[in-house]
Design a protein around this ligand. Structure first.
Ligand code: SF4
Length: 404
């Protein structure tokens, strides 16, 4: 038995609840099991229950064995004084508060059907390493998959937005500098993100603003700072300001394996320089609510020849997280809603992970679906978080949950 399984059983109240009693014979009626606490302290907070007809509000602590209470030193931690119920798989020891009163304890061992335990175990210990429910997910209604994918797509948007808010802090509230950083990182795509991020230090936006009037020079200074001057047309004419001289990158930062020549870093940097000149180094539009076609048009020039897929990827990784972060910062959810709509309108992405889920009939009609699928893969399936996933819950509900 693992604690994570007990969390699931308690959260879902997936045990026989008839004539519930603590180990010393007090009746228990659960009104609400509470909210799972992922921080320090008892496992569930704001639970509400009746013990011997007396109403209690407080925390619930879960353990495999009752003796884990002392083993985890909860008897010395005042945060556990407000525990109203100790839920254990096996009661092997009485547990007391510092005032000498016994913590009411509920034992689950005899109240759970072995078939639910078997199913949980099969799900968590499935040999399929990346999608443990792959063999069972066909039993899950479409609507459950759609809801879970959309839920985690929103989590992904917020996670990325919070990273941007951290970046904004480090840039002392400079939104355009933050947008510049996000934009360059997106132009690194998967392989050269780190190099592009370093380039934001080697050539800050304020210097781009000084050079944008001359496209050739802007391209040359970018290539020089990126240590890619061999691709520069007029490098000899370039006068590097002393402030930038020692900031040139180490050429080893760039990666070339498994990318097409059209995505090599010097190609991406040249495209970026052309666009920055076109925008007159003003990135405020990246933080404004505009139709998704408007964002696409901003990147769509003959001179850069950026492909439609690349433009979609840049919008997904730059515009959407920036709008979400802007909305969170200003507590204005119209930005988040617009970012969500943008993802809905952008075509579904296509990669190895997405194809795996498509084969299991997961939704995949827009970038919202594929962003949700990627999040599900990275933060749920590969981490075996099936008991926190509504698809996992639906799979497990296909069996009776408690002994009758
Ligand atoms: S986390 Fe959800 S979708 Fe992923 S394998 Fe588990 S149950 Fe399936």
């Amino acid at each position: 038995m693992k604690e994570i399984v007990l969390y699931y059983l308690w959260q879902q109240q997936a045990f026989n609840r008839e004539n519930l009693q603590t180990i010393d014979g007090q009746t228990v009626v659960v009104q609400s099991g509470g909210i799972l606490n992922t921080n320090a302290g008892p496992d569930f907070s704001v639970a509400r229950l009746y013990i011997d007809n007396l109403e209690w509000h407080g925390s619930v602590e879960i353990h495999v064995k009752a003796s884990d209470w002392r083993r985890h030193r909860h008897h010395q931690d005042s945060a556990y004084e407000r525990v109203i119920l100790h839920v254990v798989w096996e009661h092997d020891q009485d547990v007391y508060r510092s005032d000498g009163t016994m913590v009411p304890t509920l034992e689950l061992k005899s109240r759970v059907n072995s078939s639910i335990l078997f199913r949980i175990q099969s799900l968590l210990e499935n040999v399929q390493p990346s999608i443990p429910c792959a063999n069972l997910v066909n039993q899950v209604p479409e609507i459950v998959k759609i809801a879970q994918v959309e839920r985690v797509a929103i989590q992904r948007m917020e996670r990325k937005a919070n990273e941007i808010l951290e970046l904004l802090k480090s840039k002392k509230g400079d939104w355009q500098g933050t947008a510049y950083h996000c934009l360059l990182r997106s132009f690194g795509f998967k392989t050269n993100q780190a190099g592009m991020e370093q380039l934001t230090q080697a050539l800050p936006l304020r210097w781009v603003r000084k050079w944008y009037g001359n496209s050739d020079q802007l391209t040359d200074i970018f290539l020089h700072q990126a240590a890619l001057s061999q691709y520069s047309a007029n490098e000899k004419m370039l006068v590097i300001p002393p402030e930038l001289e020692n900031k040139q990158l180490n050429p080893s930062v760039w990666r070339y394996s498994r990318i097409r020549p059209t995505s090599f870093p010097h190609v991406r940097i040249k495209q970026l320089a052309i666009l920055l000149k076109q925008w007159q180094a003003d990135l405020s539009w990246l933080l404004q609510i505009q139709p998704v076609e408007y964002y696409m048009q901003q990147f769509c020039t003959e001179a850069t020849n950026l492909g439609a897929r690349s433009i979609d990827t840049i919008i997904i990784n730059t515009v959407v997280p920036l709008l979400t972060a802007h909305g969170l910062f200003h507590r204005d959810d119209t930005y988040q809603q617009h970012a969500w709509l943008c993802l809905k309108e952008i075509k579904a992405e296509d990669n190895k992970v997405i194809r795996k889920y498509a084969g299991l009939n997961f939704p995949g009609s827009s970038a919202l679906d594929t962003q949700g699928t990627l999040e599900l893969y990275q933060n749920y399936c590969t981490k075996k978080q099936c008991l926190s996933c509504s698809i996992g819950t639906a799979v497990l509900k296909k069996q009776p949950l408690f002994v009758s």
